[in-house]
Write a protein of this length. Structure first.
Length: 75
């Protein structure tokens, strides 16, 4: 993995964590949803920088290599 690819995968993992936190309590979700704008922007920018925008298969392969537990196989 190249540095830009690692950065894109890490940005996605941070976005996923922020989304989970924002949606943890559905009653408070509307309050926290605007806080996702920054991690979304970071992930989008990182994907473009790594040349992975629009190439989800390759991107998710990288994410699985970085964080195998995100594949869902442990559930």
């Amino acid at each position: 993995m190249h540095e830009a690819e690692i950065a894109a995968a890490q940005a996605y993992v941070r976005l996923l964590a922020a989304t989970r936190a924002a949606l943890a309590d559905p009653a408070d979700a509307p309050l926290y949803m605007p806080l996702l704008a920054s991690p979304i922007r970071e992930a989008d920018d990182a994907l473009r920088s790594a040349g992975l925008a629009g190439n989800e298969d390759e991107f998710f392969d990288l994410v699985r290599k970085l964080r195998p537990t995100l594949s869902g196989s442990d559930r």
